[in-house]
Ligand binder design. Sequence first.
Ligand SMILES: Cc1cc2nc3c(=O)[nH]c(=O)nc-3n(C[C@H](O)[C@H](O)[C@H](O)COP(=O)(O)O)c2cc1C
Length: 352
Amino acid sequence: MKIGNLDIGNKLFLAPMAEITDSSFRRICKELGAGLTFTQMVSAAGVIKNDFETLRNLSFHKSEKPIGIQILGKDPDIISDAVKEISQLNPDLIDLNCGCPVAKVTSYSMGAALLDDPKTLGQIVNSMVKASGGIPISVKVRLGRNFKKINVIEVAKSVEENGAALIFIHARTREEKYDAEPHWEWIKYVKESIKIPVVGNGSLFHPEDVERMLKETQCDSAMIARGALGNPFIFRRYNMLVENGYDPGEPEIDEVRDVLLKQVSYLEEEYGEIRCIDKVKKNIIWYFMKYPGIDFLVDKIFSLQNISSLKSLVTEHTEKIKNNYYELNLNNDLHTKFKRRILFWLDNEKAI
Ligand SMILES: Cc1cc2nc3c(=O)[nH]c(=O)nc-3n(C[C@H](O)[C@H](O)[C@H](O)COP(=O)(O)O)c2cc1C
């Protein structure tokens, strides 16, 4: 897929996810075939204040290119100053977050609240385009505030008229957050209404979901979020499906272990041991979520305090899975309880 002069090579983007799409995870997804990855959202105000954590969250390795940086804000002047700063880093795309539904963001008229006023949103995009020095500007939107107030077509036309190079459509409304079935048909309606590339997003968990979304909506590319958690293999599987006509299926457990341990090493390199421990545990759980023995892993993991014992646990757990040590005890009740505990966005919006 091409965005201006940039050819991203394939049709898959890794979505921005707060506290998740750090450099370690982006590198792994890229190695496994993601065409373009994203930083998590960073505050435009934080960028111009040179806030240390903000700058850290938007930094990337050159080898990660092509990469997008996503900003969060509402004030056109602050956003345009932030875009000027960010363009110095030469990312391949600068995106405006118009989808975050969390109250602490929308109550400050940012994120999905920007959808309420497509005209002002267009002006913000215009100021970003003028400030970016030619780096393409995108917006990531939802369908509207709720199902009665879907205005994504008006929003899409406004951002296109104001110079956006592409648009990401998360096919849910602001009020639906993450639980509802996405309404992919709106991706199709947007695609039929504008000329800039449209990237679809929402519940892509398997390679064939990507294939179906592209076919049903005619969107130009697809963006994967939760479907990549503990599952960066989804990028390779989809690319092989396209290139060779078959999906090679789930990876061998040895490869799952190796990729996970590589991500742990990248994280440690990036953040040092203490912060790595803090960040890595949820990733370990996601990688092993679909295998037997997950309850055992969850019970053990939280008490571990150093990287070497975490790595040993990963290796030991893998061997036990290979040797059928765990009973196949993924009964529905246990699995549901487990998912509510781990997939924190289901009922705890504070986490994001
Ligand atoms: C934990 C988490 C963090 C997220 N953080 C961001 C973010 O920083 N910026 C953004 O635009 N979307 C964010 N999202 C939304 C995703 O990018 C994506 O639009 C959404 O999860 C729908 O895709 P999915 O159904 O494939 O998960 C986040 C989602 C999750 C689950």
